[in-house]
Design a protein around this ligand. Sequence first.
Ligand SMILES: C[S@@+](CC[C@H](N)C(=O)[O-])C[C@H]1O[C@@H](n2cnc3c(N)ncnc32)[C@H](O)[C@@H]1O
Length: 405
Amino acid sequence: MDGVPCLRVAQGQAQQFRERLQVEGFLDVTLCLVKDSDGTVLLPIAPSRLSQLDLHSLQTVVPSDGPCELVWSQAPLQSKKERGKMKGNKLQLILQELLESQGERWTEELKADLPRSFHRHQDLVLLGDKCFSQPLWKKIDQQLWRTVAKGLGAKRLAKMSRISSDGFRSPVVTMLLGDHSWVRHVDNGIKYEFDVTKCMFSAGNITEKLRVAGFDCREETVVDLYAGIGYFTLPYLVHARATHVHACEWNPNAVEALRRNLEANRVSDRCTVHEGDNRQLQLCDIADRVNLGLIPSSKDGWPVACRLLRRTTGGILHIHQNVTSPLLNTAAVPAINDGAQMVSGKKADREAWQAWADDTAKRIISLLGDVTGSQWNTNIQHIEHVKSYAPHVHHIVLDLECRPS
Ligand SMILES: C[S@@+](CC[C@H](N)C(=O)[O-])C[C@H]1O[C@@H](n2cnc3c(N)ncnc32)[C@H](O)[C@@H]1O
């Protein structure tokens, strides 16, 4: 059959389907999705995975009353690279025009100072810190930002400078154009609102958020020790159906967004927000599950997590950590061994994760003993790889089952 294989779904469910297809490796990430005039969306499927795509099981994971059918698109789907180039060219053209109309000269330095990538949140575009640094831009300030917004198809513009080291992981974001800085994301059917100048959205945790959404937490009390704007608190409440979630957060800006998000998703009645340092939390002996979603390490939260677990039945800790695996000396290995190096590299990663998990399990047993005065057993249920920062630095989550002996 000619054309590009695509999954046709309703626009309102396109994001859920896209996330699921991406997580399972079916989405052709090099191509843009296409919005059709009939209100459906075409999601490009990688031809090499097409034969393994099971629409029936896909629909059980993403329940949908709209279409979910395989079609072959005859219209050429644009590659993401091409689209980026076109947007970049348009921006360059209109900025060049603006400057030349003011008697300025377009230079290679100015061209190199244009944004190469940016984040889009609805009608707001968030620029990175490595653009518009040439002094000439200052001369045309307000006109500049209106033109950039037009070039990027946005109504509001903001610019990131750097992540501050105040412990709140707050981005330093300044609004350049627009009357407010709140944005909304819909992720796996959950609404997240936040102020881009005060909080960050961790888009990188999407696979872990989906995994949490798949848990069955009915009849469970969950504590989310590092709730942020509700990245995990909300999937626990909305999809995993936790009876109650205690959400801890010490950044007042994140707390404001968290409360708004609990309201927006109509789950505030099942969540208690604890504003402040979670190490001062007065609760104990209440949790069936504790989420410790802080990287590079959530170690500081381990004692309080142990205190929170139910004394009689125990529970599960989801411990996030960045684990660094040893660097292999590939330079010393002949080129013919490249494949084997890759395999042993992955094996080395897995060994490092397992070693960290074993060590953590021992430390938790000891902490549980100190906190409760009795003996506990632990069981490494699962180690989830969330993302990699470098070939050898990996964000992982350890699901550790803890039961009193
Ligand atoms: C980076 S976010 C992680 C949010 C989410 N778990 C994720 O991975 O996307 C970590 C959050 O924990 C909060 N935090 C860090 N240490 C804390 C503490 N001791 N008590 C309460 N909140 C804390 C930070 O303010 C931040 O909002």
